[in-house]
Design a binder for this molecule. Structure first.
Ligand SMILES: [Zn+2]
Length: 270
């Protein structure tokens, strides 16, 4: 564990050096040391002003769990995960960044997303502890896997990059090989919840036996829409003895938001 902490310190030191010579990805200003909700951010892409101005979900309103917001809970029926933690609605600049990471190979954005997620996550834990809400320790972090064919074509899995960085920053155990995607399904885009569930039936496989102490698993994804993918993985984990599954994602986009009248919680800065 000591070498892990030393490595994290070394990475932070490198990032701080880089940030002193970088320009902000959004406004072009100089990037210096930055903080979010009281936590230092190991990132070299954004200036402090732009970090403050990002459209985060208001974690105070939702007590760190978007499923506690009735409109979100109603919009995600038939899910098998217990908690949902997201950084932002799927809007600018996160939607632009996620597209650039996925299709243009901007890997450095994984560190930015994980730094923002870690800061918000730690602040949420502190708030919960302050009001005596029970916090179950995380036994394992995993990411939503890609099918090997898609991984080979794209060359990387963006959820894995974010998850690895997130777990590294918080010194949590991460395993990229627990869940395997065995069906290379057609795209989920434009499908309803039930169509997605049908499309994803038996798409995942647990390729490692989970240790008996693993009761709380955190799944990381880049974007959640209907939650069907993470839900299918949660079902497998629970069949293997896991009791609590928390889904952590950079963005949440809800299907047919206009049609169903779903109200997105008010972001912090708007
Ligand atoms: Zn800026």
């Amino acid at each position: 564990m000591a070498w892990k902490l030393a490595l994290i310190k070394f990475k932070t030191c490198c990032t701080n050096t880089l940030s002193s010579i970088s320009c902000c990805d959004l406004c072009g200003a100089n990037v210096g040391n930055s903080v979010l909700v009281g936590y230092s951010l190991p990132q070299a892409l954004l200036c402090q002003y732009c970090i403050n101005d990002l459209p985060y979900f208001n974690q105070n309103l939702i007590t760190g769990n978007l499923l506690s917001w009735p409109a979100i809970h109603r919009a995600l029926p038939h899910i098998h995960f217990d908690q949902l933690f997201a950084l932002s609605p799927y809007i600018y600049p996160f939607n632009k960044w996620l597209g650039q990471m996925k299709y243009l190979g901007r890997f450095e954005l994984a560190n930015l997303f994980s730094a923002l997620l870690c800061a918000q996550w730690q602040a949420m834990l502190m708030k919960k502890a302050a009001i005596s809400i029970e916090i179950r320790p995380i036994d394992l972090v995993i990411s939503v896997p890609l099918h090997v064919n898609k991984w080979q074509i794209r060359g990387y899995n963006q959820a894995h990059l974010i998850a690895k960085s997130f777990a590294g920053q918080l010194a949590l155990p991460y395993d990229a090989n627990v869940v395997m995607r065995v069906k290379n399904n057609e795209s989920q885009m434009g499908k309803t919840g039930s169509q997605r569930r049908k499309n994803l039936a038996d798409a995942f496989f647990l390729q490692e036996k989970l240790a008996s102490h693993i009761k709380h698993v955190l799944i990381i994804d880049d974007v959640v829409t209907t939650g069907t993918t993470a839900s299918e993985i949660s079902k497998l984990l629970k069949q293997a003895g896991v009791e609590t599954v928390t889904l952590v994602t950079v963005c949440l986009t809800l299907p047919n938001a206009k049609k169903s009248g779903v109200v997105i919680p008010i972001p912090l800065n708007y």
